[in-house]
Design a protein around this ligand. Sequence first.
Ligand code: TXA
Ligand code: MG
Length: 341
Amino acid sequence: MQTIVAETDRHDRLKEAVRQAVELLSRGEVVALPTETVYGLAADAMNPDAVAKIFAAKERPSFDPLIVHLPHRDRLAEVAVIPEDIAKPVAQLVEHFWPGPLTLVLPKTDAIPDIVTSGLPTVAVRMSANPVFRRIVTSLAKPLAAPSANRFGRISPTSAAAVVKELDGRIPLIVDGGACHQGLESTIIKVVARPDGKPFIYVLRAGPIVKEDLQPFGKVVFANDPAEKTEVPGQLPSHYAPHIPLRLLNRPGDFVPEEGKRYALLSYRGDESDGYLSLTDWHFTNTLSPGSGKLPEAAVRFFHCLRQLDECGADEIIAEPVPERGVGVAIVERLRRAAAK
Ligand code: TXA
Ligand code: MG
């Protein structure tokens, strides 16, 4: 299959890209689309044959459910049943964070095919804020199932060029909407009522909406609901994996280089005083937030930098830790998974 990359950098091109994407999606094809977090591989969520093509293109195991992206807030009731006891906080969260990088796990309606949720009784749902994505999903006027547009377990794509590397020849169209503004996948939460006081908000996957953002809406817990076993089936210990091994080096003093081995460094600020730059004669270095060390900038650049390091020809990637606050929590979570064998 030939993969076409449709540009959106001029109005006429944008119109044509939207037209092509909508046409393919309505015919039950898959299309890679930009979102504010990472690029997604989208298909009509209500069409099981179309959704099956997502699993095939990604080589994704069928036990890993997809996120459903709504054209509009008002369409939530079509895909999810909102339990009475959390109706108020869910409405507040949706009002405050949508469109945006927050995904809610809710009981599903019968309209959602089982293939989308891997047979789970719940559905993960969000509404993307990316203007190109919004044009396409609102023209189609149907919910879109879309996981990140990488092959299973690999580095998430934050540019159309990265999607080409992952899925070239496997899908008909990639809509190029430029670089993703957030750079990390959405925060996934589950809201659980408490008899007295604010609900629990379980953070099932850390992301751009951080603890401090969610606190006004409930008691934020970074763990799964203890009532259930695997809450996020796709969050395997090894994920976001580069081809070459990655080690998260919490203290520079722990580094003992092996003779003849080529090392690459993923630095946080690229600052000598952090003690990593001078550890060895690096084969290649990349810096998440040069100079200032700003976490949102590190998040935006994270997958892009990881992908460059993966292609630099080193034998091992050494990653500096980043501060575990704000969106740094989500970066460290991905570094740990990228490091897991
Ligand atoms: O930002 C994002 O969320 C991106 C963009 C494209 O929207 N999507 C994304 O999808 O990251 P994906 O498939 O790469 O990750 C979705 C995660 C998986 O780990 C999956 O297991 C989990 O969400 N998930 C999906 N449905 C679920 C459900 N019903 N209950 C719990 N976890 C669920
Ligand atoms: Mg993914």
